[in-house]
Write a protein that binds this ligand. Structure first.
Ligand code: SF4
Ligand code: SF4
Length: 377
């Protein structure tokens, strides 16, 4: 089989010999405990892949990369693969070397696991690491959840099916959005304050501004609920934010640094049951379970408790191979809420349709649901 020449990099040039030789010829696979998978080629060759979880946001130091590279050279085929879930995969040609790589990685403090019925990975955006509009520190939330869910990654506690978790520092969702089993999205708890002195930097130049109708000013248009209105007072402009209409989506802040939120009023929405794959009942967006709950660093006990609670309900009651969303669909949302421990809130959820922007547009109900959750879970 020839390699396509239109690839962005010269694939053939950089592939390990055994992968190049068996490109597209793999016919069989076998698991050897958590985190080690064997692939058999029609040529009779075999490779063993070892999956290791990286820190949140897949950040590693040059020092760690060097240690990984040494392991790949010593026991593997001299190459590493970074996965979409933010893990690293080592490849080797014998089970003995695969077990050695696993042992060495665990000695370095990196858990190995994450295939089949397991936690496959926790993705987070960069948030506080480099992003100026982050509501919460997605990375440290990822660490707290990862510590609590580690046994589900390493296979110590098997799960019914694949579990993926995305954590986004704000509703922009750079971490991968909400088509995932459990999505955690940073959300402000109150509308922003406008810094008048910075506002002109986000507006067209005065001459152009004079000719544009108020409703067509970009900053007014970005607000999805019409909470921002602009009126002219002589040659000056006045931007007003109507708090009751604001859903704290942060879109104005994404587009203009004149919007400031209270750093003490931060939280997250927790959504469940999404997926990207086309197996089972097909792809879907996660649905809002908790519209807003405060984010309390450093260990985020409330968020971690809810995530673990949901995973356990699914683990103990789902059929083998049933993803979280398929499980919820089979038993029905009211029954799921009963199992989560908030049956009295079912009526509130009736008003939250299964829609992409649910967690934004129905945030007003978030307070009611949060109180119900706080009392019940
Ligand atoms: S999801 Fe939000 S906080 Fe995270 S990197 Fe993207 S814009 Fe920044
Ligand atoms: S946070 Fe969202 S809803 Fe509120 S004013 Fe800004 S854009 Fe509008």
């Amino acid at each position: 089989m020839s390699i396509q020449l239109s690839y962005p990099v010269e694939v053939e040039k950089y592939l390990p010999e055994i992968i190049k030789k068996n490109y597209g010829k793999w016919v069989e696979r076998k698991f050897h405990g958590p985190g080690i998978i064997e692939h058999v080629s029609e040529t009779g060759d075999r490779v063993f892949t070892i999956k290791v979880a990286l820190p949140p946001n897949a950040r590693v130091s040059a020092d760690t990369l060097e240690k990984f590279a040494d392991l790949a050279d010593k026991y593997g085929v001299g190459a590493l693969r970074i996965t979409m879930a933010g893990n690293v995969e080592f490849i080797t040609t014998s089970l003995e070397n695969a077990l050695k790589i696993k042992e060495e990685l665990e000695k370095l403090g990196f858990p190995v696991g994450g295939w089949g019925g397991a936690l496959w990975g926790i993705n987070t955006c960069t948030a506080f690491l480099t992003c100026q509009i982050a509501v919460v520190d997605a990375v440290s939330i990822g660490k707290a959840i990862g510590d609590a869910l580690k046994p589900y990654f390493t296979g110590e506690i098997p799960l019914p099916a694949k579990l993926r978790i995305f954590i986004s520092g704000c509703p922009s969702g750079c971490a991968g959005g909400i088509a995932t089993d459990i999505a955690i999205v940073g959300m402000w708890g109150a509308p922003p304050r406008i810094r008048e002195e910075v506002l002109p930097m986000c507006m067209p130049p005065p001459k152009a501004l004079a000719k544009i109708p108020e409703s067509q000013i970009f900053l007014v248009q970005v607000c999805p609920t019409g909470a921002l209105t602009l009126r002219r007072e002589g040659d000056k402009i006045k931007l007003t934010l109507i708090g009751e209409k604001c859903i704290n989506c942060g879109r104005c802040k994404d587009n203009c640094d004149a919007f400031d939120y209270d750093p003490k009023d931060v939280g997250v929405a927790i959504l469940v049951g999404g997926r990207m794959s086309n197996t089972g009942t097909g792809p879907r967006l996660a649905r809002n379970l908790v519209p807003w709950i405060p984010a309390n660093p450093p260990r985020y006990e409330e968020i971690v408790a809810i995530v673990k609670h949901v995973v356990e309900i699914w683990r103990q009651n789902a059929k083998p191979g049933e993803r979280l969303g398929d499980f919820i669909e089979r038993i029905g949302w009211p029954k799921f809420l009963e199992m989560v421990g908030v049956p009295k809130l079912a009526a509130e959820y009736m008003w939250m349709p299964d829609a992409a922007r649910t967690y934004l547009l129905y945030r007003a109900r978030g307070e009611v649901i949060f109180k119900g959750f706080r009392d019940a879970v």
